[in-house]
Design a binder for this molecule. Sequence first.
Ligand code: RFL
Ligand code: PHB
Length: 393
Amino acid sequence: MGLTHQTQVCIIGAGPSGLLLAQLLGLAGIETIVLDRKDRAYIEGRVRAGVLERGTVDALEEAGVADRLHREGLPHTGFDLAFSGDRHRIDLQGLTGSSVMVYGQTEVTKDLFRARHDAGQRFFFNVDQVVPKHLKTAQPQVQFQCDGQIHTIDCKFIAGCDGFHGVSRNAIPQNLRQAFERVYPFGWLGILVDAPPVSDELIYANHEDGFALASMRSPTRSRYYVQCDPGDTVADWSDDRFWNAFATRLGEQAAGQLQTGPSFEKSIAPLRSFVAEPMQYGALFLAGDAAHIVPPTGAKGLNLAVADVRQLSRAFIAHFKGNDDPLQTYSQRVLKRVWKVERFSWQLSTLMHQFPDYGPFERRMQRAEFDYIASSEAASTAIAENYVGLPLE
Ligand code: RFL
Ligand code: PHB
């Protein structure tokens, strides 16, 4: 005998997608239950994204969780591309009239958790054996285990916000789904350090030793990355090795400003492009990393997740007001934008990394593309308009 619960939308996953969806639906008076296989402290501590598009900031404002973001976030009006030491600034503000906000995903997640906690959100943490069921019927269910008991949630809809390693995507019958994937032959090693950022703006650098990215979390906290081998572990990267690689790859001019220090977080992320189609099956709707992954080079993953959730929340709200059209077309509408963002992230990753199978010809092609971008306002604008975020479809 298990325990049974009722809600309107059962949300699987308490990452940014699931929490924002719960918040936007909650504000519209729609009831949700949120499940996660981890707990709140673990989720809040997961260091990931750092750059928010204008549309993401708008969504967080709409959700009523943007006060701290406006106080503590760092507006950035441009960033640098560097190639073997040469630098070109992409003037986001000048080329598009828009800018981005540097504010960590950890902080977005904390703000959302606080808002949901204050609103009395029903959560289940540390859940296991999650199974979305009866998706093509009028009585869908989510079954799971928690604290040694079997629970069943009866709901109208299920939102699969459980990230790339979640179960929701695979609940769509295999013969009805397709996956498109590219795994890149390298990873990113990232560190956090309490030292002022090497530059006021982000620097994405391609050097013959590999890619490096200088980012930040605050005026006193830096987030730096280097391209590493896909099989590397953090044990292969002492702080000394990291700082040497990072300084070389950034180029002399920037490296001259570099303040180092002991890293207090170090992790490796693989790079992947992935899209699952469709993003809906019966009562199940996918959003965020559950349906698609981008390599982090364009800072798009979290932003894409938020764009999905914005559309999905509006579609659920329309449904409960009697209009089913936006839900019916959700998958096809969001996938159009997903593919454009996949294209940009893939293109920028291809331009900025060292590929093990590249020879002198490909290297010259990368250099020519960098020189073209640096000399063409049209090419710089194409990068800028993608970086600040494409409009919702
Ligand atoms: P998440 O954040 O993975 O959350 C999914 C949640 O689901 C839970 N879960 C389950 N719960 C219940 N049952 C199951 N069976 C479950 N399986 C999983 C997980 O515990 C988790 O809590 O997905 P979501 O919400 O869609 O959010 C996506 C973003 O987290 C992701 O796209 C970004 O972090 C990507 N990303 C970046 N995005 C940006 O927009 N800008 C950036 O600057 C940026 N930098 C990055 C990044 C990702 C990185 N890594 C580590 C992958 C930098 C890095 C290094
Ligand atoms: C980050 O600050 O973590 C970050 C910034 C830009 C990216 C990826 C990650 O493209």
